[in-house]
Design a protein around this ligand. Structure first.
Ligand code: F6R
Length: 613
């Protein structure tokens, strides 16, 4: 949830850390700070608010040094203010900590320290870590040993980084449970660390991903990784292929707009190398799927959160239709506590952009415990979800920085489509001609997505209708029901308009009572098997005086007679229609948020990766 950056080397630590934090601000933006060891002392600069406040602080009060840690916060314990910002110092000022996570036994540890006379300077749970570490240092332990002993006492999932003025050549970083990720970047005579790859990608591609239950001691030319019992383990270096430029905003005003515009490339990369259009074949090598495994599967559970779960809902329809396998979609935070019925013939598919969503990781752990076949559809390379899965479909969306997920929504739609075709083929459920058609349908998809992205001016004329409203209803059926959910989620999270997605057939069972001109209804009425039903439902809204904004297929002659406004999308085979239908709704949310003056890339109260429960 919070973003962490660390550096040790020979360059100016503060500027490198600040630059990394800027790239991680999507993870939290309640406050930001950094600590640098400067002339044998720890110097801290931190402030409430966005990272720009930290920049101002560094300009008026610069800090020199070649080792340090930084943090951008999403508050859990203690309100967002400078005192509660990280890094947190202990009583001596000789140790600083940054932390991502929630200490679940915080009250117990706090009481223990208070009884020993500790006066806390903040309301954070994090301060406990540094206070405890200082006590161990006072007993003569090294920083890494003190950290190891303290970490062993913390409950919950955490990423923690410590520096000490007494050992000014090293960072000690630990990861506990499936909380925030820790990536260590290996440079030439310098080392970086960050919660997420984009923060350090412009410095190195050689990365080490810390697993839960590991800690590392990082010096400028040496890296040691240990288990929590102190045992040293081999360092596993991986080369990350993302382009560093893809994490920049480029010429766009917002990451969200950039990422919406990137979607044709997302689809081209998603398909690229995986589809043989001549043979009509799909290849998903990282999934490790064999015909024997495919034949064994009796049912599939897709588990995810938020936008990723909406993608899973589309996947349910695709896999059931194409591969004729029963599929359930389970919200990850529910799945994990429900004693789910899962066995070795169940395939559990976790979908996650970040690959570090705590609920999704916990659901994966639950599936693993119950011996399911465990797959991930994951964007962040090297993330925990990718590493946990038996097989994976890497999303190929590249870094997604805007808090509202856009390109990482459409990528898994296509991944699930390809998976459905592959499963069907391996299970012998698909005639070669059918398979050929399904595969070839993918051929024009990047162009069709490009066409949708290019229609931004259509949306510009509709967004003013939403500017001053308080509520909005999205309705869809069948394969477009998840589009309604996702369209509503986009609008609510970036423009703060209350929006609900609804299965259109359910309207008459309650929500239709809400219809009036003050509450627009966005209806997804594309050409698909539910089209006639949707027309009927839109007529019902119209009959009650509702204001209708339709997403409809080019050339539809009936919709203009019913809808007040239309966002047109190109004609496309219906199983792929959610990929294009969501694009005008992403743009609608974006344009509406702009008109309302909302912070599109960093909506209030949200963070990009939800690494806490
Ligand atoms: C909405 C959004 C969230 C995420 C959810 C899961 O725009 O971004 O709903 O989809 O928090 O995140 P990941 O996919 O990283 O597991």
């Amino acid at each position: 949830m919070c973003g962490i950056v660390g550096y040790v080397g020979s360059r100016d630590a503060a500027s490198l850390i600040y630059e990394g934090l800027e790239r991680l601000e999507y993870r939290g933006y309640d406050s930001a700070g950094l600590a640098v060891i400067s002339n044998g002392r720890i110097e801290v600069r931190r402030d409430a608010g966005k990272i720009s406040s930290l920049r101002a602080l560094l300009q008026t009060s610069p800090v020199e040094g070649t080792i340090g840690v930084g943090h951008t916060r999403w508050a859990t314990h203690g309100k967002p203010c400078a005192r509660n910002a990280h890094p947190q110092l202990g009583s001596t000022g000789e140790v600083a900590v940054v932390h991502n996570g929630i200490i679940e036994n915080y009250l117990e540890l706090q009481k223990e320290l208070a009884e020993q006379g500790v006066q806390f300077k903040s309301e954070t749970d994090t301060e406990i870590i540094v206070q405890l570490v200082e006590r161990h240092l006072a007993q003569g332990f090294s920083l890494s040993e003190a950290a190891r002993r303290v970490i062993a006492r913390l409950e919950g999932a955490h990423a923690i980084v410590l520096i000490s003025a007494k050992e000014p050549d090293r960072l000690v970083v630990a990861r506990l449970g499936y909380g925030g990720g820790v990536t260590i970047g290996i440079g030439d005579g310098e080392m970086f660390l960050a919660s997420d790859i984009p923060a350090i990608l412009n410095h190195t591609r050689q990365m080490v991903f810390l697993e839960p239950g590991q800690y590392a001691v990082i010096q400028r030319d040496k890296l040691e990784v240990h288990l929590l019992n102190g045992e040293s383990i081999p360092v596993k270096v991986q080369t990350v292929e993302w382009e560093s430029g893809s994490a920049d905003k480029g010429t766009y005003d917002h990451y969200t707009l950039k990422e919406i515009n990137e979607q044709p490339y997302t689809i081209a990369s998603t398909i690229g190398g995986r589809v043989d259009f001549t043979a009509g074949q799909i290849r998903l090598p990282e999934l490790n799927l064999t015909p024997e495994k495919a034949a064994r599967i009796k049912r599939i559970i897709i588990t995810a959160c938020g936008t990723a779960a909406h993608a899973g809902m589309v996947g349910k329809i695709l896999i059931e239709r194409i591969a004729r396998l029963p599929v359930e979609v389970d919200i990850a935070s529910e799945f994990r506590y429900r004693e789910p019925i899962v066995d070795e013939d169940t395939a559990v598919i976790a979908i996650s952009q970040s690959g570090e969503t705590a609920d999704t990781l916990a659901a994966m752990a639950e599936a693993r415990k119950r011996k399911a076949i465990l797959w991930g559809i994951v964007n962040a390379i090297g993330s925990q979800a990718m590493r946990m899965a038996d097989g994976c479909i890497p999303m190929k969306a590249g870094p997604e920085i805007g808090v509202a997920s856009t390109k990482a929504y459409i990528a898994p739609l296509v991944d699930l489509y390809m998976l459905a075709v592959l499963l069907a083929e391996m299970r012998g459920n698909l005639e070669p001609a059918q398979r050929m058609t399904l595969v070839r349908n993918l051929y024009t998809l990047p162009d069709l997505v490009s066409e949708c992205v290019a229609r931004q001016s259509d949306v510009q004329s509709v967004a003013p209708l939403l500017k001053d409203i308080e509520h909005c209803l999205f309705m869809g059926r069948g394969i477009q029901m998840p589009t309604a959910y996702e369209g509503a989620l986009k609008l609510k999270e970036i423009s703060y308009i209350h929006a609900e997605g609804y299965p259109a057939g359910e309207m008459k069972h309650g929500p239709i009572a809400l219809i009036d001109r003050e509450m627009p209804v966005v209806a997804i009425v594309t050409r698909d098997p539910w089209y006639e039903k949707m027309i009927g439902q839109v007529e019902q809204v119209k009959a009650r005086g509702g204001l209708i904004i339709a997403v409809a297929t080019d050339g539809d002659e009936r919709i203009p007679e019913i809808a007040d406004e239309i966002l047109w999308v190109p004609d496309i085979p219906w199983m792929l229609s959610p990929v294009t239908a969501i694009i005008p709704l992403q743009l609608l949310a974006y344009q509406t948020a702009l008109l309302r003056g909302a912070d599109v890339d960093q909506p209030r109260n949200l963070a990009k990766s939800v690494t806490v429960e």
